[in-house]
Ligand binder design. Structure first.
Ligand code: DGL
Length: 270
């Protein structure tokens, strides 16, 4: 199976696009809702929690795991790849994140080479988008804005309400004031597509808003073509199972608004 991990519901926006692009594979989604949000947690804690979740997915039949969470990709991916996977009993398993594919895609969109990133405080503090962009194209200038209130608003199903308008306007205004040449803004948190309509309303028309779902799905499809040995070991019956560390009924209910379909969820402990 292909494992897809997020601290909570946000990774469902990535899973949805991946399944649209690659429906033939089997997926196991894990949301660590009991310990979400991760965005304000320390580096060590995000790493510890993320590895526990990845380890669970590997032990339960996943040979490829996508960290569909920018915070986990920023704070845990490198350690998992360099410390945990090299000691893991199956040397062929792989864990991939969402930041590198997003940065690789930026070049196709920005004309001014001024890019904005809205993300959790953890992702912003890690500077992962700045560092990765510098590696890919040093001519691109990245300006970041931490949006600590957005994930809690979404996780509490308040993102459609007036309270959310205030925080969307506030963080977007702060970002755009810092760099007036921005022509592309990355929604650098997998929860944020749920705020897309509100974000669009306060963003000038000439600025493009980039969600990660399609970018990550395209990048995964390309990865599977380039890694045939791993690809051939993945099961392909078009199934998808959902796991959460919190209440499964609540997960299924909220997942409906992310996926637009009814699902069954099982509770696990990490
Ligand atoms: N969806 C996660 C991300 O992409 C973060 C949510 C959280 O703070 O747990 O960063």
């Amino acid at each position: 199976m292909i494992g897809v991990f997020d601290s909570g519901f946000g990774g469902l926006t990535i899973l949805k696009e991946i399944r649209k692009k690659l429906p033939e594979y089997d997926y196991l989604y894990l949301g660590d809702n009991a310990r979400a949000p991760y965005g304000t947690r320390s580096f060590d804690v995000v790493y510890e929690y993320t590895w526990q979740a990845v380890h669970y997915l590997l032990e339960h039949g996943c040979r490829l795991v996508i960290l569909a969470c920018n915070t986990a990709s920023a704070k845990a991916l490198r350690n998992i790849q360099q410390r945990n996977l090299i000691q893991y009993k199956d040397p062929q398993v792989r864990v991939l994140g969402v930041i590198r594919p997003t940065v690789e895609a930026i070049r196709d969109y920005t004309q001014t080479k001024h890019v904005g990133v809205v993300a959790t405080p953890g992702t912003v503090a890690s500077e992962s988008y700045v560092i990765e962009t510098e590696k890919q194209d040093p001519a691109i200038c990245v300006t970041q804005e931490a949006c600590p209130m957005w994930v809690p608003l979404i996780e509490n199903n308040e993102h459609g309400n007036a309270g959310a308008d205030y925080f969307v306007r506030k963080y977007m205004a702060e970002l755009l004031q810092k760099d007036r040449l921005i022509d592309t803004i990355i929604l650098g948190c997998t929860h944020y597509p749920l705020l897309l309509d509100k974000i669009r309303q306060v963003t000038p028309d000439n600025i493009r808003l980039l969600s990660q779902g399609e970018i990550v799905a395209n990048s995964l499809a390309d990865y599977l073509v380039r890694h045939r040995d791993l690809e051939q070991t993945l099961s392909k019956e078009g199934n998808c199972r959902f796991l959460t560390t919190e209440c499964p009924e609540r997960f299924s209910e909220s997942a409906r608004m992310f996926l637009g379909e009814e699902i069954h969820t099982e509770r696990i402990e990490l």
